[in-house]
Every structure is written in structure tokens, then in C-alpha cells.
Design a protein around this ligand. Structure first.
Ligand code: ZN
Length: 263
């Protein structure tokens, strides 16, 4: 399924992928934000051929955001930008495990260029806001004039129950706080799409994570082990945990919060 819609002057292309749900790419002012999963390449190529794309900016290097970047580079010869910390992954062939290859497809290597603090499209200037936590190289893009905010995978949903092994909840909280300093109401999220009340949803997520962190540290202070805390707060075994061989797990929420006890 491939659905195209327009919100606040931004073209939103929605794809549905089995097991993982929805993923989006956005097009505005000659700029493509993210390049979707390779598995959706056929539909995406038809989409790309309808829009005048000058450049591609990536919110981070994960394969569901960079899948068609090699095609875009080869066919259109346009620049593709990523945070400097994502350059190496982009240059590697399929640098992720088998279950993610099955889910999102095979992403060939491509040559990305480093993002600077501002990226200019035809008539707009986008601030590149470093927002690590979901990935080391994660950024948001923000235009202060139109107040359009692309948040990559920072939001996704307000009540996080499982995360990837490399993610950090304390860093995600810091990144949400940083984003909330900017003036905006709606957001464009790579998995939830256009969220009209995006600011309040991000506030809701931050409050949930702050609460969770406080509760978890209290339990740990009372002598509970990480396993006991996990059983208490996250008893449900989501299918993604087994499917990913625990690269996704609620346990990573517990350990990432307890690793930052001094924050
Ligand atoms: Zn991601």
C-alpha cells in the first residue's frame, strides 16, 4: 500500500510494511526527507519520478530511512546528506541483521555527505537539530518560517514499551526537551506521519518517560534487580522481541535508564 497526501505544503508518502507498520518519506521545496525501505523501492521510484528532487536529507542511517538512497544517487546523481556519525553505516553494504533484511530489504552502500548545522532547499533554510537517542546520528529538520518540523524517529508513539539495544531513553528525553525549545505545533514523524498535535504528543511522551525513569530508579533503589523491574513494569512479551532475537526488548529501556543514574 502506498498513499500520498499533502499537509502544510509537505507531500507525505505513506507505506505499510508487514510486522513493522507504517513508514513515511516527505517531500518539500525540492527536498526529500528520508528514502524509505528498499522493500518499497518500486512504489518509491514511481513517486520520485513525479517530483523534482534536488537533494535528500536523512534523519538517520537506519535501513527503513535509507533503503532507496543508492537508487537516488545512481539515477538522479543528487546529493544525499546525513549526520557525520552516520557516514560509515551509509557506506556499508547491509550493515544490519537478517531479520531486518527480511523486514525492510537490502540496502546497498551509497556515499552520503555530512550535514552541516543548516541545510538550504530552494526557498527555505532548515536547522539541523541533533537529537540522538534512537540512533547516534539522529537529527530533526526545522524551518523557523513555516514552523515545519521533521522529527524522524524521535516520537513514533507516546508510550514506548520496547526499544533497540543501542537506544538510550535518557538521551531520547534530552532530545525531546531540546526539540520543545523550538516553536511548532504539528510534526512530521517518519512512522506516525503528520501529527497535528505533535507538540503535545511529544510532551506526553516526555512526561511518560520521566515518570517511568523515576519509578524505575525508585525500584532499583529499593533493591530490585533489573529482571524484577522488567517483570513488574513490562510483563508483556511483544512478538518483536523474539523475532529480533532481543535486539528489540523492554529490558533495554530498564538498562539504559539505570546506566544514567546520575542524570
Ligand atoms: Zn530508526
Amino acid at each position: 500500500m502506498f498513499v500520498v497526501d499533502e499537509k502544510e505544503g509537505v507531500v507525505c508518502a505513506e507505506m505499510s510494511v508487514e510486522k513493522m507498520g507504517k513508514v513515511y518519506v516527505f517531500f518539500v521545496d525540492g527536498m526529500l526527507v528520508d528514502a524509505g525501505p528498499q522493500l518499497c523501492e518500486k512504489e518509491l521510484i514511481a513517486f520520485y519520478n513525479k517530483y523534482p528532487i534536488d537533494q535528500v536529507v536523512l534523519t538517520h542511517n537506519h535501513e527503513d530511512h535509507t533503503g532507496t538512497a543508492p537508487w537516488l544517487q545512481q539515477q538522479f546523481g543528487i546529493p544525499i546528506f546525513v549526520h557525520p556519525k552516520g557516514l560509515t553505516e551509509c557506506s556499508e553494504d547491509t550493515p544490519y541483521p537478517e531479520y531486518r533484511i527480511q523486514t525492510w530489504g537490502r540496502r546497498a552502500p551509497f556515499e552520503a555527505q555530512p550535514l552541516e548545522s543548516v541545510v538550504s532547499s530552494r526557498s527555505r533554510n532548515w536547522q539541523v537539530i541533533e537529537t540522538p537517542g534512537h540512533a547516534r546520528d539522529h537529527v530533526a529538520f526545522y524551518d523557523g518560517e513555516s514552523k515545519v518540523m521533521f522529527t524522524g524517529d524521535l516520537y513514533v508513539n507516546p508510550r514506548t514499551k520496547v526499544i533497540m539495544r543501542d537506544e538510550s531513553i535518557p538521551q531520547i528525553m534530552q532530545s525531546i526537551r531540546k526539540l520543545l525549545e523550538y516553536e511548532f505545533t504539528s510534526i512530521f514523524c517518519s512512522h506516525a506521519g503528520y501529527v497535528e498535535n505533535g507538540r503535545s504528543k511529544l510532551e506526553e511522551k516526555l512526561a511518560y518517560l520521566e515518570n517511568l525513569s523515576a519509578q524505575l530508579k525508585r525500584m532499583h533503589g529499593q533493591g530490585m534487580t533489573v529482571e524484577e523491574i522488567r517483570e513488574e513494569l513490562f510483563p508483556k512479551r511483544y512478538p518483536i522481541i523474539a523475532f529480533s532475537g532481543t535486539e528489540w526488548d523492554s529490558m533495554h529501556i530498564v538498562t539504559s535508564i539505570l546506566a544514567n543514574q546520575d542524570d
